[in-house]
Ligand binder design. Structure first.
Ligand SMILES: *Cc1c(COP(=O)(O)O)cnc(C)c1O
Length: 364
């Protein structure tokens, strides 16, 4: 599966360091750059050297509790280009609240959500001023923005130096940005298959967005991709009956009675902001939505549409689910009407073609 994430980091980065006094020392750093046009025209080697310099932080320790023991967490959110040339960030405060919760989950001091929101907007604004931005293309409109670009904002924690097994107590929070296109290749398969691998377990860290949660899902996703699937579906660790998530996205099913179901937020399901937003859109549209446990048997017997949600995926339809030796195909493999409706409203709000009735978008 081609993902269009690239590591062409924008020049402005943000760093905040937790101080002995219990506050956050903030700074913005302008990394080496030329203009976007000049950079695009550079010989490959020269461009690579420049981009490596942007991804280099000699002031940060290499050996620490994040790089050695996975004591780190992160966020992913986007600033969407608007037809008037501006950029708007989708629900940054929600990501800020989740980042604080993830840090607390790893016993770090929590970086405040208000600082988070302000920093995400400010670093986006500084990059925009240098011409580093995603440009709106009206051609995206006819395909519900599934091929739309955005500025990807990646905040993450990073630990103080240390080699003995320990907790991170004095983290940095770093924010970097890159441009992203569509995550899922629209031409590729959208088949999913259940896996007997375990993403999260009761009492574990499945409910926070931490680095360690990504190891098993990434191994699993890459393994199923080799076999022609787009996504692996994880079941609960205890009974192996209940659907929980995709590899890094939440999952929804439309049942034959018209109810939309998504697994409830146990401590093994990540509270996705796109998940929450899709639920809010469905409720506004009068679509019955249930957050509850759903067995894989119910999916195989009764689901008529399926999609996954996340910042990278947006709302991505799943054409079929394979479980043990059975396959259930949804809407002959095409994007179903419910998936299409919810996706076009969410994307429309993000790209500014649908009124932002919920007040989700924050101007840069
Ligand atoms: C980030 C993530 C999601 C999606 O969350 P969004 O806030 O919608 O981007 C879903 N599941 C897992 C495991 C994640 O890490």
């Amino acid at each position: 599966m081609a993902s269009s994430f690239t590591l062409a980091m924008y020049p402005w980065v943000y760093k905040a360091k937790y101080t002995d006094a219990g506050s956050w020392d903030e700074m913005y750093d302008e990394k080496p750059h030329r203009s976007p046009q000049e950079e695009a025209a550079l010989p490959v080697e020269e461009r690579r050297t420049l981009l490596n310099a942007r991804n280099s932080f000699p002031e940060l320790p290499l050996v620490n509790y994040t790089t050695q023991y996975g004591m780190g967490c992160f966020e992913g959110l986007k600033a969407f280009p608007q037809a008037d040339g501006s950029l708007k960030v989708f629900r940054p405060q929600e990501n800020g609240i989740r980042m604080a919760r993830s840090m607390e989950g790893l016993t770090m001091p929590a970086y405040p959500a208000d600082l988070f929101t302000r920093a995400c907007v400010e670093v986006t604004k500084r990059n925009l001023k240098l011409g580093y931005r995603a440009n709106y293309d009206p051609a995206w409109e006819k395909n519900d923005f599934v091929d739309g670009h955005a500025v990807y904002i990646r905040p993450f924690s990073y630990s103080e130096p240390g080699i003995g097994l320990n907790l991170c107590a004095k983290p940095w929070v770093i924010i970097v940005e890159t441009e992203v296109g569509s995550y899922f290749d629209p031409e590729a398969s959208a088949k999913a298959i259940t896996t007997d691998k375990i993403r999260a377990f009761p009492g574990g860290t499945g409910w926070i967005k931490c680095d360690a949660n990504y190891v098993v899902p990434t191994l699993t996703k890459k393994a199923v991709e080799k076999r022609g699937y787009m996504e692996a579906i994880f079941l609960d660790a205890t009974e192996r009956r209940y659907v929980e998530e995709g590899s890094s996205c939440n999952i929804f099913f439309l049942l034959s009675n018209g109810t939309l179901v998504t697994p409830s937020l146990e401590d093994t399901v990540l509270p996705g902001i796109n998940r929450k937003s899709v639920i809010e859109i469905a409720q506004w549209k009068g679509i019955p939505v249930e957050e509850r446990r759903i067995t894989i048997d119910e999916v195989m017997d009764d689901a008529v549409e399926c999609f996954v949600t996340g910042t990278a995926a947006g709302v991505a339809h799943i054409e079929s689910v394979e479980h043990q030796s059975a396959t259930r195909v949804f809407r002959d493999g095409k994007v179903g009407e419910m998936t299409h409706t919810l996706r076009s409203i969410l994307k429309g709000i993000q790209y500014g073609t649908v009124e932002d009735r919920f007040g989700w978008m924050v101007s840069v």
